[in-house]
Design a protein around this ligand. Structure first.
Ligand code: ACO
Length: 311
């Protein structure tokens, strides 16, 4: 039995915060932010919109695309580092709101790599035959833990949610290979301290610019393909320079790289599923395309998959 993605969804809050807006809050410039990160604007959730609300919107969108009802779900996994509260979990709140009366529910905490951890966990349940349909959501409201006086971090992040429904697909399609990893010794470079994000940007950059290209190549090789066979690369949207490094390592042209960091900034666990959902809806991904999803995050953590698209 092969596990694949059968529906995708995403949601971004309405409020747009531009680089020009940030120039009024901290000592920064649109030019610095754009050239160092590729970010032009990001979305910020309203005070009465919490992580579970963002997650719910993305989930409904993905269930609709998959043609699956809440009660058909066996498991709900929510990757987040900014849950509404530590318990009840965001996944339990969704279980109720989606009417997923037969589903187990748990949150996964692996920062920006959380959605990758969710996908790969879901794959195991489906391929053993234990579960049929799993809903995986990456949702974060990083604005809750952003230090709006720290120009080193506040320009980087945004709020959002993305989702995927996974289920059994035909033998030659679905997730062909995966890689997951962690390195707790690097945890100090990116951490939540006193309810704020603390980051050593240069260290995280060095880690990411090595790990994302390496993991991308590994999953393609494990799947039995050559690097240039990759039809579309969907990396974690943290910084255009890190994403470009992964694209160049695969040796694929620019139009095969999914980029939305300019519109949303780094939305943590939401970034890969938002980019995936937008790519599906924009017709960038078609049946039998070879897709690579790859992410890295605080922990440190990372994960990648190679997927043959289609049901
Ligand atoms: N505006 C203007 N200047 C700034 C800003 C800003 N917003 N932020 C930092 N600077 C200054 C610094 O003070 C520093 O000045 P100094 O040299 O006088 O001390 C200088 O710019 C920093 O320059 P660089 O270190 O050369 O900047 P760099 O090219 O490394 O870019 C960045 C910094 C964008 C943070 C980069 O290191 C990066 O993207 N790192 C990875 C971050 C990341 O991906 N984090 C998310 C991880 S995922 C997760 O789990 C949340």
């Amino acid at each position: 039995m092969k596990a694949g993605i059968i529906g995708t969804g995403h949601y971004a809050p309405e409020k747009v915060l531009t680089n020009a807006d940030l120039e009024k809050i901290v000592d920064t410039s649109d030019e610095w932010i754009r050239t160092r990160t590729g970010i032009e604007e990001r979305r910020i959730a309203s005070d009465n919109e919490d992580t579970s609300d963002l997650a719910y919107m993305a989930a409904c969108n993905a269930l609709e695309e998959a043609g699956i009802k809440g009660e058909e779900l066996d498991l709900i996994l929510v990757a987040t580092v900014t849950p509404d509260q530590s318990f009840p979990t965001v996944s339990c709140k969704l279980q109720d709101r989606l009417g997923a009366t037969h589903a187990a529910a748990m949150d996964i905490s692996a920062a920006c790599a959380g959605f990758m951890y969710g996908l790969i966990t879901a794959k195991q349940f489906i391929e053993t035959g234990a579960y049929k349909y799993v809903l995986i959501i990456g949702a974060d409201k990083l604005s809750k833990i952003t230090d709006w006086t720290d120009r080193n971090t506040c320009v980087l992040f945004g709020d959002g949610a993305g989702a995927a429904v996974m289920g059994p697909v035909s033998e030659e399609r679905g997730i062909l290979s995966f890689e997951l990893g962690s390195d707790g010794s690097g945890g100090k470079h990116l951490a939540e301290e006193n309810n704020h994000i603390e980051m050593n940007g240069r260290e995280v950059f060095k880690f990411a610019v090595r790990q994302m290209p390496e993991s991308s190549v590994h999953v393609v090789e494990k799947a039995g393909y050559a690097k240039e066979d990759v039809d579309y690369l969907i990396p974690h949207q943290a910084n255009i320079r890190i994403m470009e490094a992964a694209r160049q390592r695969l040796g694929i042209p620019e139009d095969r790289l999914a980029v939305n960091v300019n519109k949303y900034g780094n939305t943590s666990a939401a970034s890969i599923p938002i980019a995936l959902s937008e790519s599906v809806k924009n017709g960038k991904i078609n049946d039998d395309n070879l897709i690579v999803l790859v992410g890295f995050g605080g922990g440190l953590t990372w994960g990648a998959v190679a997927i043959k698209w289609g049901r």
